[in-house]
Design a protein around this ligand. Structure first.
Ligand code: SF4
Ligand code: SF4
Length: 282
């Protein structure tokens, strides 16, 4: 079983368009959407949720009003201003440090585990799909990403699937690192803009640090041939193969509007290039 992570370093490069197309092209695989902050692969895969699980992470203080004597000690030590004047907790300000619970002379403060999101195992017409939804304002430390990757890997082993295909989050932080750990290949999808090049460079540094083989795709390459040239030059300097250049193609936009992958929507320049990219990856 091989694991492939599709990443971009920044949002909006067309990473999910490429990953969604792989869902239509790859035969024995499980798809995983690790962009748990702003998941969108489900818009193309149309999952039927089979399992739904709570994701618990972090703690929030809770004050027992019956025990509280309003001495104010807890509020005086809370650096986050999370304890209101009526001695209730402002949920989104509480960082869960638990200091107040140790300070309270009445033992009136307990720490409660947060339900920080949900994760799902679904069926799709393309095979199994593991995905998640992080709660509003919940911290994305990478734990939820690690959880759904573990579930996807177990599923692939159980069903003897050939690939785990990961739609990675943007950026270079903990969720990206959690998406990359132990993968066999990272496919960087970028766009020919200054920020596309800058963020691709950053994420490639992270991938290189973990000794993961990298391949790169330039999406909408023909919109800025000069910048595409700079990206190719940079890749050459690192010996990173550029395995595809997808031209800007309105068919892709039409496919997205219809909620389907460009592979299924129509044969066009973009779909042919993505097929070539998948061949190369295999
Ligand atoms: S320290 Fe304890 S008793 Fe004092 S105000 Fe806070 S919760 Fe109430
Ligand atoms: S747990 Fe920490 S952040 Fe939350 S209310 Fe208590 S002292 Fe403040």
């Amino acid at each position: 079983m091989k694991q492939i992570a599709v990443i971009s370093g920044k949002g909006g490069t067309g990473k999910t368009v490429v990953t969604g197309s792989f869902a239509a092209l790859a035969k024995n695989k499980v798809m995983v959407d690790c962009d748990v902050d702003a998941a969108d692969l489900h818009l193309l895969l149309h999952p039927e949720v089979k399992e739904r699980h709570e994701f618990r992470s972090g703690q929030t203080a809770v004050i027992d009003k019956k025990l509280c004597k309003k001495c104010g000690k807890c509020a005086s030590v809370c650096r986050f201003g999370a304890i209101k004047s009526d001695y209730t907790i402002e949920r989104f300000s509480c960082e869960g440090c638990a200091l107040c619970s140790h300070i309270c002379p009445r033992g009136a403060i307990r720490m409660e585990e947060n339900v920080a999101g949900e994760w799902f195992v679904s069926d799709t017409q393309y095979g199994p799909f593991v995905h998640a939804k992080l709660g509003i304002a919940e911290e994305n430390s990478g734990k939820l990403v690690a959880k759904i990757r573990q579930i996807a890997k177990e599923l692939a082993q159980k069903q003897n699937l050939e690939y785990v295909i990961i739609d990675g989050p943007p950026g270079i932080g903990c969720p990206v690192i959690a998406s990359l750990s132990g993968v066999d290949c990272a496919l960087v999808v970028t766009e020919p803009t200054l920020s596309g090049l800058h963020d691709a460079k950053r994420v490639m540094e992270v991938v290189t640090y973990f000794n993961i083989p990298i391949k790169l795709v330039v999406n909408k390459y023909d919109l800025n041939p000069l910048m595409t040239g700079k990206i190719e030059e940079f890749c050459r300097s690192l010996n990173v193969p550029v395995i595809g250049k997808i031209a800007f193609d309105k068919t892709v936009v039409k496919a997205l509007v219809e909620g389907t992958t460009v592979i299924e929507y129509a044969e066009c320049a973009a779909s042919n290039e993505v097929k070539k990219i998948w061949e190369d990856l295999q």
